[in-house]
Ligand binder design. Structure first.
Ligand code: ZN
Length: 459
């Protein structure tokens, strides 16, 4: 692997413990690992290194997306689901998603991850929970193949649904699986793909879909097996009032209480998407047990779900990461746009000081790393993986914002496209274009796959 010197960045944002921001900053990357970080004139001399001049750019840790449903990139802006709340939105889209095949899973994974990389995201987690009866046996394997092709760090989660409509759940019976089948496939995937080593490019987690689509038995079994296999757990939680009503009616408990009763809130090995309806006592418990949150502000606004109490989570030291959620409830995979949204919406919830630009960036970097249980990514420091996002602030849309180039990325700008994205020391976005995939051909392939899916669903 090559040695790189990145130098003369307008601002190098480390997100390290001291939150150092270095004007005219630089770093040395050797064999995919950050070796030195300093002002350019203090960097040690390196011979035979490739040098990239970063004048006009902001350099920061690669962004981390902690929750997504990549398959949904093929069902964006579906007219019948544009103005629906979560439960109706799901009921409208399930019949289309039930027709997913390997080509749709592969293409949608490439598409969603390509968008993420182009917005400076270097690590993605995906929650794939929909497995139609026919030919869905290798959907997760297919997603991992797509991540490898693009060069993205990927935390796949084996989602599942085991409570169909006939059993009081929300999904159609045709897309639910038995607990036994689900756990066997989880075991296969963990043994085949989970890499617990430092700098791992692929990790697995277990991810039953939500309290209203899986059985209590499956949640309990998942907690036991996750501990045994040394992997994390993930699900949707406390997203809407409807879900709270469902939990109270069926289980006589609030959503977090229910998850605690099935062994999910004690080991610090779980993270929940959304957490809009969590009270202060529950937030304290999550902080104490280091139970994480994937905050999805765009999705919560899009579905009219509410605003998650992120300020409160920060007060109680709950690990919080940021996430774009599925592309049918956002409807894009724009990580920089999500950070801007996180900053803006928390100001409505908690006042204008509720979320600074820097705190919002922290959620998307260090915060995401802690939610995914990683100490080797999320900041620019010697010994960490070289996952870097680089944005151009030299153009017209940033002119006049030199007083704070980092904050300008959220307050100004009309494009969220990274100039360079580097994952594990490899350049995967160069001059604003994907290195490993032709993005125009990919868009065409995705439109074809979406059209085939709608045709099969009779839309
Ligand atoms: Zn989701």
């Amino acid at each position: 692997m090559a040695t790189w010197v990145i130098h003369h960045a307008d601002m190098l944002v480390t997100m390290d413990g001291q939150r150092r921001e270095i004007a005219d900053g630089g770093m040395i990357i050797r064999d995919g690992v950050i070796e030195a970080v300093a002002p350019t004139n203090e960097l040690p001399t390196v011979v035979e290194a490739r040098k990239i001049d970063m004048r006009g750019y902001v350099v920061m840790p690669g962004l981390i997306n902690t929750h997504h449903h990549l398959y949904q990139t093929l069902t964006r802006a579906v007219p019948a689901a544009q103005n629906a709340t979560l439960f109706n939105w799901l009921k409208t889209l399930y019949p289309i998603w039930a027709r997913m095949d390997a080509e749709a899973v592969y293409t949608s994974a490439l598409l969603g991850m390509a968008e993420l990389l182009l917005s400076g995201c270097t690590t993605a987690s995906d929650h794939l929970y929909l497995f139609p009866e026919k030919d869905s046996g290798f959907f997760i394997d297919t997603q991992i193949e797509a991540a490898r092709e693009l060069g993205m760090r990927f935390h796949a989660t084996r989602g599942s649904m085991s409570r169909g409509r006939s059993n009081g759940g929300l999904p159609p019976d045709s897309v639910v699986q038995t607990e036994d089948f689900i756990m066997k496939d989880c075991e296969r995937l963990v043994h085949k793909f989970h890499d617990a080593q430092k700098f791992a490019m692929t990790r697995m987690a277990l991810a039953p879909c939500s309290p209203f689509s899986v059985t209590t038995e499956l949640l309990k079994l998942t907690a036991v097996m996750a501990k045994k296999w040394g992997v994390r757990m993930h699900t949707h939680l406390a997203e809407t009032i409807d879900e709270e009503v469902f939990c109270r009616k069926l289980h006589k408990m609030r959503p977090l209480e229910y998850m605690e009763s099935v062994g999910w809130v004690s080991e610090g090995n779980a993270w929940f998407a959304h957490c809009v309806y969590i009270n202060e006592a529950e937030a304290k418990k999550m902080g104490k047990t280091q139970t994480g949150v994937a905050h999805c502000p765009c999705s919560n606004l899009r579905l009219g779900s509410g605003i998650a109490p992120i300020r409160m989570f920060m007060k109680h030291k709950v690990p919080v990461g940021l996430a774009v959620d599925g592309s049918a409830s956002n409807d894009s995979s724009d990580m920089l746009g999500e950070i801007r949204q996180a900053m803006l919406v928390q100001r409505v919830k908690a006042g204008v000081e509720g979320m600074s630009a820097r705190d919002a960036f922290k959620l998307a970097t260090r915060g995401g790393a802690s939610v995914l249980g990683r100490t080797d990514i999320g900041s620019i420091e010697p010994g960490k993986a070289a996952d870097i996002a680089i944005f151009d602030v030299s153009g017209l849309d940033f002119a006049g914002s030199r007083s704070d180039p980092l904050a300008s990325l959220l307050f100004c700008g009309s494009s969220h496209r990274a100039r360079y994205t580097i994952v594990n020391g490899k350049v995967v976005v160069k001059n604003g274009r994907l290195v490993n995939v032709d993005e125009f051909k990919l868009a065409e392939r995705a439109n074809k796959a979406a059209a085939a899916l709608y045709r099969k669903a009779g839309c």
